[in-house]
Design a protein around this ligand. Structure first.
Ligand SMILES: Cc1cc2nc3c(=O)[nH]c(=O)nc-3n(C[C@H](O)[C@H](O)[C@H](O)COP(=O)(O)OP(=O)(O)OC[C@H]3O[C@@H](n4cnc5c(N)ncnc54)[C@H](O)[C@@H]3O)c2cc1C
Ligand SMILES: *[C@@H]1O[C@H](CO)[C@@H](O)[C@H](O)[C@H]1NC(C)=O
Ligand SMILES: CC(=O)N[C@H]1CO[C@H](CO)[C@@H](O)[C@@H]1O
Length: 537
């Protein structure tokens, strides 16, 4: 045992796993302290980061934005490797600067100031939920604070928002709701639908299919970095490649899907541990590998499936404090849909039409299904917008969440093209050149992600569901077997820190993001370094 170097196996070559590998390697390479390996089930590195190309434009199939550059470790790396500039155009290179054009079902252009009144209501409500300071002595705020206080901790973001809208209406004079020339739309139904449009965007931010299952209290615990939100010019994958560049060849093994993790629930006599190794990994090809420590970075979706009886990723099964947290936390599906606009001849300015496709916000009829256009498919009705990935790009992008995203994954390209064409035609229905000056677009290529059905992800990112809390995120991060926290405590177990957990879903305040995954990888690498410092010294 004295001569054997501790073997650390990291499961998953995404942001969390590669950050841990980078830290463990760079912190220990001179001392050659560990035998280090990363095993990845897929055939590429990056996990939920997957930079790609579509019709000549650089796009992101997974992580897209640096959510606030102030203090972001991802931003710092991207800056150091000069990834924030590129000759080739990239997704959202110009941010979301363009004024949106908001059009209601049936083809009604909405006045920006009408839209703005509801948009700012929504924004203020979310700011309030997130604990940002807003005008305290306003009637709606007072009412909402009262309602939140009465909710006994199981309030959802969805019902909070509904209460906010109801309070707004109850304080709005009826005359203000009168609209003319909007077909079957009433002022109130338009406001409701604009509000819903913002809820749909919120679904893609959080991955919660239904905002009524998104916990209200957790909203204010979630942290955002200050500063602007930007995309990475050379692609998100360049950050991953930078982490990997210092690792020796062969340290990362691709195509190595772990199907079972055998570990020792209790400290056993040395003889009972296989060959002196506490952990044994089983791979899908039947091969096995021993380890002293494994860092599990698979997604919360993979963990949820892994604790089902018929799957049994862990043997013995995880203790109930772990499975409870895994079950309670939310994990949803968000997908991106890219479409290429046809380069038709009538693309040039015709009849004074502007050929530029707008940043189009879509407002659909809500409750009254009689008013809905029968050919607009249900799976697009909870999508907020469709827009070029940068000004003048021929590539359009829409974000989908929840059931609609799963439906999108199951459709064939033609059904998607038809569905989107019908919808966009309806919205831009005022003839070839509608009142907003946009010609009817045609599409000829489509690309959508399939994060929900991909067995290595089974979804997109985690959220705090009603019934769970930030404590569950912390619980997810606890290593196994459970031991004390001091040096001597962990030494009293002959095989401590067998299974460590990293990944986006294990970070209490930055879950769901790449930097949350980064911090979690660093945390677990440091846990092991600290552990061995206490033995070595
Ligand atoms: C569509 C989409 C958009 C997003 N947008 C943003 C954004 O704008 N900004 C942001 O900060 N974040 C965004 N995210 C979230 C971000 O991508 C993730 O939080 C982060 O990349 C997760 O990293 P991770 O290392 O925790 O997990 P992963 O990247 O999932 O890494 C886990 C790895 O484990 C592997 N694996 C799974 N099962 C096994 C197994 N049994 N055996 C071996 N290997 C296995 C997987 O293949 C994967 O490579 C987005 C995600 C998606 C899907
Ligand atoms: C990652 O991108 C490549 C194309 O660049 C694609 O073939 C692959 O399916 C993508 N993987 C995921 C999980 O999206
Ligand atoms: C379902 C419904 O009420 N449709 C009405 C919408 O408005 C037009 C007139 O603008 C009526 O003709 C439809 O009957």
């Amino acid at each position: 045992m004295v001569s054997k170097k501790p073997r650390i196996v990291i499961i998953g070559a995404g942001m969390a796993g590669l950050t841990a590998a980078n830290k463990l390697h760079t912190a220990s390479s001179t001392k050659e302290l560990f035998e280090l390996l990363v095993v990845e089930g897929g055939t590429r590195i990056g996990g939920r980061i997957n930079t790609s190309e579509f019709c000549g434009d650089r796009i992101e199939l997974g992580a897209t934005w640096i959510h606030g550059i102030g203090g972001s470790p991802v931003y710092k790396i991207a800056q150091e490797i000069s990834s924030l500039e590129s000759e080739q155009p990239w997704e959202c290179m110009d941010g979301n600067l363009e004024e949106p054009l908001t059009i209601a079902e049936g083809g009604y252009d909405l006045n920006p100031s009408f839209v703005e009144s509801i948009s700012s209501l929504f924004k203020n409500l979310m700011d309030l939920a997130q604990g940002k300071v807003i005008n305290e002595d306003c009637e709606i705020v007072a009412r909402l604070k009262q309602a939140a206080a009465k909710s006994a901790g199981d309030l959802s973001v969805g019902s909070f928002l509904q209460q906010g809208l109801d309070a707004y209406w109850s304080l709005t004079k009826d005359e203000k709701l009168a609209v003319n020339g909007f077909g079957n739309w009433s002022g109130k139904s338009l406001q409701e639908a604009i509000f819903a449009m913002h809820e749909y965007t919120q679904r893609t931010y959080t991955s919660a299919d239904n905002l009524h299952s998104l916990d209200y209290n957790a909203e204010s615990e979630y942290k955002m970095f200050p500063g602007e939100e930007i995309t990475i010019a050379k692609g998100y994958l360049s950050v991953i490649q930078s982490l990997v560049s210092v690792l020796p060849a062969g340290l990362i093994q691709l195509g190595r899907k772990v199907v079972k993790i055998e570990w020792q629930l209790e400290t056993k006599k040395n003889g009972e541990i296989t060959n002196g190794w506490p952990v044994k990994l089983h791979f899908s090809d039947g091969s096995t590998m021993y380890a002293d420590h494994v860092i599990v970075t698979v997604s919360l979706g993979v963990l949820k499936q892994g604790i089902q009886h018929d799957s049994g990723l862990f043997s013995p099964p995880l203790p109930s404090f772990k499975t409870g947290a895994i079950s309670r936390l939310g994990y949803g599906v968000v997908d991106k849909l890219f479409l290429q606009l046809s380069n038709s001849d009538d693309d040039q300015e015709i009849n004074g039409c502007n050929t530029k496709f707008p940043f189009l916000q879509m407002v659909f009829h809500q409750t009254d299904s009689n008013l809905r256009h029968p050919k607009i498919p249900w799976w697009i009705r909870r999508t907020a917008s469709i827009s070029p990935i940068y000004s003048n790009s021929r590539v359009l992008l829409s974000w989908f969440a929840g059931k609609e995203a799963l439906q999108l994954e199951s459709l064939n390209d033609e059904d998607i093209l038809n569905g989107v064409s019908t919808t966009v035609s309806n919205l831009l229905s005022h003839n070839l050149c509608n009142s907003a000056g946009i010609p009817q677009p045609k599409f000829d290529k489509v690309l959508r992600t399939k994060w929900g059905t991909d067995p290595l992800f089974l979804g997109s990112y985690s959220y705090v569901a009603v019934g769970s809390s930030g404590d569950d995120l912390d619980t997810l991060a606890e290593p196994l077997p459970k031991t004390g926290t001091t040096c001597s405590d962990s030494l009293s177990s002959s095989s401590p820190l067998q299974i460590l957990f990293a990944g986006e879903a294990t970070h209490r305040t930055h879950y769901s993001t790449t930097h949350g995954a980064y911090f979690s990888g660093l945390r677990e690498a440091n846990r092991l370094l600290k552990h061995y410092n206490c033995i070595v010294v």
